[in-house]
Each structure stands twice: as C-alpha cells, then as structure tokens.
Design a protein. Structure first.
Length: 486
C-alpha cells in the first residue's frame, strides 16, 4: 500500500476511534445525568403531593373528609395539574395494594419487587426504568418510588410517580445526531489534514529517494535540506554525512586509481628500459659484437639494471607485506649514532655524485629501541629521497633524546615542497617531481609510503616541514620502550 494511503487510513482510523469512544462515553454520561435529573424531578412531585395534602387539611370544604380521603384528593389534584407532562401517580397502601387510582385494574400490583418494598418501608426511595408501560406498550418509562409516613402511625404507603422517558430519549437522540454530524465533519477535516501532512512527508521521502538515485548515478554533490526539526531531518543529516563520506572515498579511489595507472605506466617504462638494455647487451655478447675490453663494463651495466629491477619489485612487495601486516617487528636496543654513521658513509658517494654534502651532526652515542633492519630501511629511504631532490646542497642528519623518545632529523636544502605536496607525499605512487622517475632512487613512488607504515609499526611518528625552493626536514620519533607486535 502506498505511503499516502497508509497515512490517510491511519489518520481516519484514529479520528474514527476517537469520535466513537468520546461519543459513546459522552452519550452514556449525558443519559445518566438526564435520568438522574428526571428522577429528582419525579421525587419533587411526591413532595408536591405531601404539600397539597396538608393544604387541603387546612381548607374548610375538605375538613369534613378523613385523612385518607384528603390524601386521595391531593393525589387527584396533583395528577390533574401534572397531566400535561404525562405524569401518573399510583399509591400503594401498607399491604402493597393499589389505593389510588381507584379504577386501576390495568396497573400491576407487582410493579414493586419485594426487595424494593422492604427498602421503601425502611424509608429509602427507589428508582427504575422499564421498556414497557403498565399497558404493555413499548415505551421507556421512568419510575420514582417514595415512601410516605403518617405522624404517630409510621409507614403509611408508597407513592409511585411515573413519566414516559421521551425527554431523555429525545435528548440522547439529538446528541447522537449531532455527534454523527460532527463525525462526518471531523472525518472530512481529518482526510484533508491527513492528506496535507501525508503529501508533505511524501514529498520529503521522494526528495530522499531522488537523492539516492543521484548517488547511484555517481553524483556525490547532492544534499538534502536539513532543518533539524524531526526524524526526517535526522535522516537527511545522516544522508548528507553519508554523501560526504562517499564523495571523499570516491575522490580517494579516483586519486589512487590515477596514481596506480601512473605507476603502472612508470613501472612499465622503468622495466622496459633496463630489460631493453640487458637484452641488447646479451645479444652483443652472444654475437661477439662487443669488444673484449668493453665486456666487463657491459656486464657491470647489466648488473646495475638488474639491481634496479629487483629494487622496483622489492619495494612493491615490501609495501604490500607492511600494508597487510605480514611482517613482524623485532625490537632491540642499539646505538643509533653508530648505525647512522655507517649509512652516511655508504651514501656519501651517491650524495657526492649530485654535488651534495651528507653530514652526521651527532657524534655521541644515542641508544634507540627499534627493529634494526627496518630502522635502516627507513633511514636509507629518507636519505636517498633527500639526495634525489637536492643538488649542490647539504643533507644534515642528527639524533637526540626528547620526552622519552629518540628523535632522528634529516634536513636538506633541496627543492622543497608546497603544502599540497607535503599533504600527498605519504600516498602510494605519489611523486613530488615525476620528471625524476628515471633516477636511481624512488622509481616507484613507494618509498615514503613504506617509511610511514614502518614508523607506525614502531608506534612512532614521522613529521615533515618543507618550504618550496628552500628545503625539507623529516623528523622521525621512536618511543624509548619495547613494543609487542602481533
């Protein structure tokens, strides 16, 4: 069932249930109130009979009558007075026999039950309603039963005052009629109001559905208005947050895919060049096209190109192992100064080839907790990166203790980076200067990604400060404690 019809049915059902419940309760309450008022009125008629009887006893023309005759006369006069209101009077003597009216052959002697009679003898008034009158006609009649006492003689009899309950029924029917009219009007208004609210909510649902379709088509810029008023706005807020996340994820995927494609192109180029060189040299050796005095140089060149290919493959394998937690870190304590001194010595020749000076500023021993092989890998990657992007400059290396950490700083005076480049250097396949892809170092763009992952596995941090055309400083921190790696 459509949401619009569900809302209309729900609103109409609630209104119907409410009107029926309130109408039934109000009708019953009104009936009880009107019946009680009617009984009170009938009881007052009994008081009028008593007052009429006393008045007759004081008048001279009735003084010759006995008390019983005066009472019967009072009943007759009162009944005549109330005849226009349909009031009938019946008086029962102490034996339960009808004493008034005298010609009451059609009136039942058993109108009053024995239980009611006993209560009346005790001075308790009674009331009841019957659906059939004393003539057997189908008519609702109200009865008020009032006991009468005589001075000095006690219980004298029971006066039954009856009246057709047409006024009560007419009032109840009028109320029912008005309630039915109210129900019709309320139902119409309910349908109109529910249609308004349902269409309003349906419009909001359609907007979310339309936005979902846009998301499915790849449009992540879609936003739903959020007024912060109800659950629909909460849903809109969550939806907008979702689209933001999807947009960021999609941009990251596209960026990574672009770098992957660039890497594949670079890797293909990097592999093709050494393989072509190696193949050409092998053919030269095979057909003796290379002079004897040049063969050693050709073999050395093939070894260098082979090492280059191995380095490219190993970097990719290392990154995947680190990313999928397939390597273990074995922490041990060693002298960082001594290790860095060895690395500086090994890389001095490469730095000199670029016109750079590679300087270790720290001379005193500084201990460090780290995996030795991975520490060396991190430092070599950063130093080679500094050599790659520095010409005729300086690369200074230092190590020191601070806040229970061992900190290594590698600062160069190279080409530097802008803010966007600093932000992206940790991304896989990213290269600050793609034109450097043919150098011996950093062919894949994976070096710094590997550095970041290895430092993370040591529970350390690596920060970069760089100014374009002025240089870059890498700060790597290792905690002075042993760590457990699962």
């Amino acid at each position: 069932m459509k949401y619009l019809y569900q809302q209309l049915l729900a609103f109409a059902g609630v209104i119907l249930l409410m009107v029926i419940t309130l109408g039934f309760s109000f009708t019953q309450f009104t009936r009880q109130t009107l019946e009680q008022d009617n009984y009170n009125q009938l009881a007052r008629y009994a008081e009028a009979v008593d007052q009429m009887s006393r008045k007759l006893s004081e008048e001279s023309q009735f003084s010759s009558l006995t008390d019983d005759e005066q009472f019967l006369a009072a009943l007759s006069l009162t009944e005549q007075t109330l005849d226009q209101e349909g009031v009938s009077l019946v008086f029962y003597d102490t034996n339960g026999k009808i004493k008034y009216p005298l010609s009451s052959s059609t009136i039942s002697d058993k109108l009053i039950s024995s239980k009611q009679w006993q209560a009346l003898k005790n001075g308790e008034s009674q009331k009841m309603t019957t659906e059939n009158n004393e003539y057997g006609e189908s008519q609702t009649t109200s009865y008020a039963m009032v006991s009468f006492n005589k001075k000095g003689s006690g219980f004298y009899g029971v006066l039954v005052i009856s009246q057709p309950a047409t006024n009560v029924e007419n009032s109840i029917n009028a109320i029912r009629s008005n309630l039915f009219k109210g129900f019709i009007i309320a139902s119409i208004l309910a349908i109109i109001v529910s249609y308004f609210f349902a269409t309003r909510q349906l419009k909001r649902i359609k907007s979310i559905r339309s936005a979902t379709d846009e998301i499915a088509k790849g449009n992540f810029d879609i936003q739903i208005p959020d007024h912060g008023k109800d659950e629909f706005d909460d849903l809109a807020s969550d939806f907008n947050s979702m689209t933001e996340s999807l947009k960021e994820s999609n941009e990251e995927i596209e960026r990574q895919e672009e770098r992957r494609r660039q890497f594949m192109a670079d890797a293909s180029h990097e592999m093709r060049t050494p393989l072509t060189t190696i193949n050409g040299l092998l053919e030269g050796l095979q057909y003796d096209a290379i002079p004897e005095d040049q063969k050693a140089k050709a073999i050395s060149l093939m070894q260098n190109e082979t090492a280059r290919l191995i380095r490219l493959v190993n970097e990719n394998l290392d990154y995947e192992k680190i990313r999928t937690n397939q390597i273990s870190i074995i922490i041990k304590k060693f002298d960082a100064t001594e290790t860095l001194s060895t690395l500086v010595t090994q890389l001095e020749q490469k730095a000199a080839a670029a016109g750079d000076q590679l300087i270790l500023e720290t001379q005193e021993p500084v201990t460090i907790y780290a995996d030795y092989d991975r520490f060396v890998q991190v430092m070599v990657n950063i130093m080679q990166n500094a050599i790659q992007f520095t010409e005729d400059g300086e690369i200074r290396v230092s190590v020191f203790k601070k806040d229970k950490q061992t900190i290594v700083k590698i600062a160069d005076t190279g080409i530097g980076m802008n803010e966007e480049q600093v932000k992206n250097i940790w991304d896989r396949y990213y290269k600050v200067d793609p034109s450097r892809k043919n150098t011996k170092y950093g062919e894949s763009g994976l070096g710094l990604s590997i550095v970041q992952e290895l430092v993370r596995l040591h529970n350390g941090t690596v920060d970069v400060e760089s100014t374009l055309n002025e240089g870059t400083t890498f700060t790597i921190s290792f905690p002075d404690e042993e760590i457990n790696n699962d």
